[in-house]
Every structure is written in C-alpha cells, then in structure tokens.
Design a protein around this ligand. Structure first.
Ligand code: SAM
Length: 450
C-alpha cells in the first residue's frame, strides 16, 4: 500500500471513531467484496453468504468472481456494490417510514449503485428520477437501471442547476456528491498519488454549489441525503455546517448497532453525520447524513394537462406486460409505458429536464408484429407468459456475446431469452436459425473460458 498523506491523518485525529492504527492496518488488507440482491428478481442467489447487516439484500462474498461471466448479473439479479454505501438502505427506511407515492431525486446517480437501492425500497406509486450530468456516464446509468427493471425509475441527464426550477417538487433528494475519493483508496491505491488538499478544497466548493442548486427543489419537511466517499471534514462535516448556516435544516438520526462499527459524528454546528472507517467497519470509507428542510417551499402545481395516453398503443402493447394499469406514451423513437399516477409528473419534468428514459420503453409496433424493446425483457413488470426459451449458462453466455447458440427447432417468432427464469433479451426464431436482438453495445467483449 502506498503512503497515506499525513495531512489527511491529521485532519482525522479527534474525529469520533477514528483509530489511526486500525485504519492504516486496514489499508494493507484487500477491500471486501459485496453485492446487493434485486428482491424483485430473487432466484435464491447468495442465500448462505454473510449478510451486510444494514441493508436488505446486501451480502459479502468470500472472493471476487468474474461477474461478467455470470448471466444472472446481466439479467439484473444483483448489483455489485461496496458495503458501506449500502447504509443508504437503513437510513432511507428510517426517514421515509413506509410513506408511499414519494418523488425522489438521485442527483449524482451514475453508475447506479444508490439508484438501484432506492428503486428497490420505494413503493410502485413513488417515482425515482435518476440523474447523471455527464452524458457518457448517463448511458451506463441507463443500462444499469434497465437491468434493474423498474418502470417507476426514470433517467435524466442534467446539470444540478436545471432542477432549481422544480420548486418544492421532491420529497427526497439524494446527493452522492463527486468528491476527492479518499474513501476508496483500498480499491485503487494509485488514487493516493493524485490526492491533494487543493482538490479537496475544490470538491468542497463544488459540493456546496450542487446543494445550493437543488435545495429549492426540495419540499418543506423533505429530506436531503448527502453522501461522499471522502474522509476529509471539508467535504463532510464542513459541508453540513455550511448547510446549517445557509438554510433552515435539522438533522435526522437513525439507530445504530455498536457491532456495525459506524461512528455517529457531530459537525461544529451540531449536525449529525455517519462515518465509516475501514478497520472499524466491514466496508470502505464513506460519509452520509440526512437533513430535513424546515423552510416554506412553494410547491409546483401539477396544473391542467392533456393526457398523453395513446389508448390504441396501450391495447396493442398490453400483451407485453403483466398488468393493464399503465398508460402508453409516444417517445422520440418508440413507445413507453408508465403508471397513470406519473402522467402529471411527465408534464412537469419535460418542461425542465432532459428525459433519457421515461417509464418503460416498449419498442415499436410494425405493420406485421411488435418489435419489442430490450427493456421489456429485463422489466419486472413483463408478462411472464410471453413465449420464451430457457438457456443453459453456456448458451446464455453465447447469447450475451451475440454468437450462435446452436439451438435448432425452436418455435417461430419472438422469444424471450431466459436464464434461471430471468429475462436476458430477445431472439427472433426463424425455425432453422435465430436472430439475436441483444443491443450491440450490451455485448460481452471478454473471451469465454474453454
Ligand atoms: N451515486 C453513484 C452510485 O452510487 O453508483 C455514484 C456517484 S459518484 C460518487 C458522483 C457522480 O457525480 C459521478 O457520476 C459524476 O459523474 C457526477 N458529477 C460530476 N460532476 C458533477 C456535478 N458538477 N454535478 C453533479 N454531478 C456531478
């Protein structure tokens, strides 16, 4: 392990839970491997592994498998996520308290760890806006959210300032802020060489700007969750202090178990945060806090809007989904299904932000048949009685490489490709051969083992 900068160790002295020796020793150990199971696609994977105690579905794996070679990973059965950051599950369950019909913004969402977690704990009537400002990263986010399979998760690609106009619209905003990244040094030791105090300062300033941009979009009594993977107080407690000085906000606290090793810390202005130090916790460096907005916030009105529902398309597309409680809207290239409760949200959001993925893309009806979207194959709302073909692991990997699976004699027409009962994509069977409809950019590029 490279030398940890002495200035960061100095900054941490006196912070509750920081034990320099345990911290340095932990940096000579490998980071634990953990995944979070998708409860809506649970096929009993990892059932006997050690649980991450603060997250439903979170488990530690004894070693790191080659996830790319597991078709269940491609089907969205689980997400590979660092264990400390899964604490968002425990925190959100406490602050939401089973409330339904929430509007939630995950502002800095790529590649999708927090968004997949949030999607799993919201009810169907809630709406999650998963946003990523950097376009290339937004496409990775979109791919991961498609795998996860939720119709009520929409993907946007906007600068935080574009959300300012949505006054009082969100019940919860999660800001997993871009940061100096010291908490992930165990996973990438080279990042130690790139770390500098000047960068920490720059990140702290940017974090304040980002929070200032989205604060107006939070409802009165709404919850702002702020997180970083930095150890620096400038990016953690000092940002909470800035929030407390600038706005009317109170801290939310959640119960902890001592054996988790998580430290509840107080900022200079008495705001509460939670710190994760390797050596104390089985996970990486992480900081998280939740505050409640105590200011009046004018809520955006839904206003009157013309329904977008295309009933003809809804009837035509009905066979693709399990239930009929969706509306069908025409997008730029194809149709999307969304819940009727979210039609008004579409009306508001499309005026302010760039919607990359609205509801569930369904594909295109053609004169002869329906060209189904890849998203339907991965959706948790699809009709489970669609014509399908179950593949072995070897066949599934060939499918994911877009190579010939050597299957003959299958029934003709569109077939949903399944692995362990989970949708992977589509093929069109012509009887003697099959056309593979896995999107080209989803293809596995690595060589398959012999
Ligand atoms: N929440 C993600 C997850 O759990 O997978 C990780 C988010 S990462 C810590 C921070 C994200 O913020 C990155 O995807 C980065 O591209 C994005 N970002 C960078 N600059 C930003 C800015 N000025 N405003 C908002 N987001 C930004």
């Amino acid at each position: 392990m490279r030398q940890i900068p002495s200035s960061i160790l100095q900054d941490l002295h006196g912070i509750k839970g920081f034990n320099e020796q345990a911290f340095l020793e932990a940096h000579d150990q490998p980071a634990p491997v953990s995944v979070r199971v998708n409860g809506a696609k649970d096929i009993g994977l990892f059932a006997t592994e050690e649980k991450v105690p603060w997250c439903e579905g979170g488990v530690y794996l004894p070693e790191r498998p080659v996830f790319t070679l597991d078709p269940a990973y491609h089907a969205g059965a689980y997400y590979v996520q660092e264990a400390s950051s899964m604490f968002l599950d425990h925190l959100l369950r406490h602050v939401i308290q089973g409330r339904t019909g929430l509007r939630v913004l995950d502002l800095c969402a790529a590649p999708g760890g927090k968004s997949t977690l949030i999607a799993s704990l919201l009810d169907k009537d809630s709406l999650l806006i998963s946003n990523e400002v950097i376009r290339t990263r937004a496409s990775i986010l979109e791919e991961n959210m498609t795998r996860w399979g939720y119709m009520n998760t929409w993907v946007t690609s906007n600068d935080p300032r574009d959300f300012t106009k949505l006054t009082g619209y969100f019940d919860v905003i999660v800001v997993d802020a871009p940061c100096s990244g010291s908490g992930l040094w165990r996973k990438d030791a080279r990042a130690i060489d790139e770390w500098s105090e000047a960068n920490v300062q720059m990140c702290g300033d940017r974090q304040q700007r980002i929070l200032a941009d989205v604060w107006p979009a939070l409802k009165e009594d709404g919850i702002l969750v702020y997180a970083t993977c930095s150890y620096s107080p400038k990016e953690d407690e000092e940002v909470l202090d800035w929030l407390a000085e600038t706005y009317d906000a109170t801290s939310c606290t959640v119960p902890l178990k001592e054996e988790w090793g998580i430290a509840e810390v107080q900022s200079g202005k008495g705001m509460t945060g939670y710190r994760f130090f390797p050596g104390n916790v089985k996970g990486e460096g992480f900081f998280i806090a939740a505050v409640q907005k105590k200011e009046e916030a004018d809520e955006m009105r839904m206003g009157r809007f013309k329904t977008f529902n295309d009933r003809k398309m809804q009837e035509m597309a009905g066979f693709l989904l399990r239930d009929n409680d969706f509306v069908c809207i025409q997008g730029k290239e194809d149709f999307s299904a969304l819940l009727p409760a979210h039609e008004g949200d579409l009306n508001i959001l499309k005026q302010c932000v760039y919607l990359r993925r609205t509801g569930l893309p369904m594909g295109n009806p053609s004169a002869k048949d329906w060209l189904p979207s890849h998203d339907v194959a991965l959706s948790i709302d699809k009709n489970e009685r669609l014509p399908a073909i179950e593949l072995s692991r070897e066949q599934a990997l060939l499918y994911l490489k877009r190579e010939d699976m050597g299957i003959e004699g299958a029934q003709k027409g569109w077939l949903l490709v399944k692995y362990n009962g989970l949708g992977l994509g589509w093929v069109k069977s012509l009887g003697n051969r099959m056309n593979n409809y896995l999107p080209k950019h989803w293809r596995i590029r690595m060589e398959l083992p012999e």
